[in-house]
Design a protein around this ligand. Structure first.
Ligand code: UGA
Length: 441
């Protein structure tokens, strides 16, 4: 099939590359010429395991083309995926300007029928707006071609985006038209393996499903974070509690990890947008408002622990910080808890030596030059002269450090672990003072 993907962010790039990989001819469009030039030269704008190989292979075979030429892109795909950003506006609502601009650009140029597939995370009712926007342009052009808009929300996770795309738990398709649903079935059939995982529903329900899923996941995290704080007060261990409750299949073990709060480009933005959508519809989503408040609070929990241990004035203190990305296997720093922790430690006069396996360049861009903040290229180098180690992201390489070296290098053998990587008893046996999340008094 001939496919066009508008937008080469996480979702667009993974979608385009994975559809090309199974034999489709895909054109990826982005108006950012620098990004397109880089992609044409085999450079990805993001760190995503497995993606580069697929991009290079398919670009080489001619099945995957990157362009900023809108005419070419609109002429190419019978199916046009819209996968552009929907950042949070000032009031928390999803900003649809890029989605509607993409729809308009397609309508201005299309000569034949097009199937528009919306992959961006958009509020309920957006497909209707896209359809109306395009219909108005087509009418003004006197163009008889018709347009059908389908919702196909994406559920991939950063760090495992390729795997999530090629081995999906489910593919949700919102289509009010049987022919469009059929095209989507064909498109996704190669990813269905031995079971049909494609769920067709009405367009509005599909749009809502995306927000509902992310809101549920964010709720689980805030719920566990709140219980973790209580566990500390009660002398219970949230890790044992997690195992005990998660093994109930009605609860399930995934997404029950207490930590430094959720970050990233999706949960914070989508929860906010859903609260806003509800308010516009005359409803307060009180659970989700609490989820947000708990998360904002949770991003500060490590700082509270540091202050409780070292005092509120951190002048003359130095901290090693491991992990800047909002989660492992990505260089994405959006809404990363590390940003809050760094801001607050610096504001209290501390020095920080921060290390991340892949996000250092991104951190340099996001944080800029800050007096007191040193970004270092080695985990060990961050430890030199530090009063304590602060672990913010659970990268694999942090899971089995050389504890003897760690204890010998730190000025004081103190570890603040925002990801509960180690057993408190083991750390004690190693002579390390260990502060984790929700692990006893
Ligand atoms: C999330 C969803 O998991 C995807 O299904 C969805 O497609 C995506 O948003 C999206 O809307 O595009 P992502 O933001 O890439 O994916 O990352 P997650 O693995 O979901 O992690 C989000 C945050 O939650 C991270 O900060 C992570 O550290 C935190 N988290 C996750 C916890 O604190 N505890 C957990 O148990 C799980």
């Amino acid at each position: 099939m001939k496919i066009t993907v508008v937008g080469t962010g996480y979702v667009g790039l993974v979608t385009g590359a994975c559809f090309a990989e199974i034999g489709n001819h895909v054109v990826c469009l982005d108006r950012d010429q620098e990004r397109i030039d880089a992609l044409q030269n085999g450079h990805l704008p993001i760190h995503e395991p497995g993606l580069l190989d697929i991009v290079l292979r398919n670009a080489h075979s001619g099945r995957l083309l990157f362009t900023s030429d809108v005419n070419l892109a609109v002429a190419h795909g019978r199916v046009q995926f819209i996968a552009v950003g929907t950042p949070a506006g000032e009031d928390g609502s999803a900003d649809l300007q890029h989605v509607l601009a993409a729809a308009q650009a397609i309508a201005e140029r299309m000569q034949e029928d097009r199937l528009i597939v919306n992959k961006s995370t958009v509020p309920v009712g957006t497909a209707d707006r896209v359809r109306e926007t395009m219909a108005a342009v087509l009418r003004a052009r006197g163009q008889p071609a018709s347009v059908c808009v389908v919702s196909n929300p994406e559920f991939l996770k950063e760090g495992s985006a390729v795997q999530d795309f090629v081995r999906p738990d489910r593919v949700v398709v919102g289509a009010d038209d049987e022919q469009a649903a059929q095209s989507m079935r064909q498109l996704y059939a190669p990813f269905m393996r031995n079971r049909d995982r494609l769920i067709v529903m009405d367009v509005r329900s599909a749009e809502f499903t995306k927000y509902a899923a992310n809101a549920m996941l964010a709720t689980r995290i805030s719920f566990m974070n709140e219980l973790a704080l209580l566990a500390e007060k009660l002398g219970a261990d949230i890790e044992q509690v997690r195992t005990g409750m998660g093994t109930d299949p009605r609860i399930g073990t995934h997404f029950l990890y207490a930590g430094t709060g959720y970050g990233g480009s999706c949960f914070p933005k989508d929860v906010k947008a859903l609260v806003h959508t509800a308010r516009e519809a005359g409803q307060e989503l009180s659970i989700l408002q609490a989820v947000q408040a708990v998360n904002d609070r949770q991003k500060q929990v490590l700082v509270d622990k540091i202050v409780a241990r070292f005092g509120s004035d951190l002048q003359g203190r130095r901290f090693a910080l491991w992990g800047l990305a909002f989660k492992p296997d990505t260089d994405d720093m959006r809404e990363a808890p590390s940003l809050t922790i760094i801001e607050q430690l610096l504001a209290r006069g501390a020095e920080i030596a921060a290390y991340d396996p892949v996000a250092l360049a991104q951190a340099r861009l996001v944080l800029g030059e800050r007096p007191g903040l040193h970004l270092v290229g080695q985990a060990d180098a961050a430890l030199e002269g530090a009063d304590a180690l602060v672990i913010v992201t659970e990268w694999k390489e942090f899971r089995s450090p050389d504890f003897a070296h760690l204890a010998a290098t730190l000025r004081q053998p103190v570890v603040f672990d925002g990801r509960n990587l180690f057993e408190p008893a083991d750390m004690q046996a190693l002579g390390l003072e260990y502060h984790a999340i929700g692990r006893g008094a």
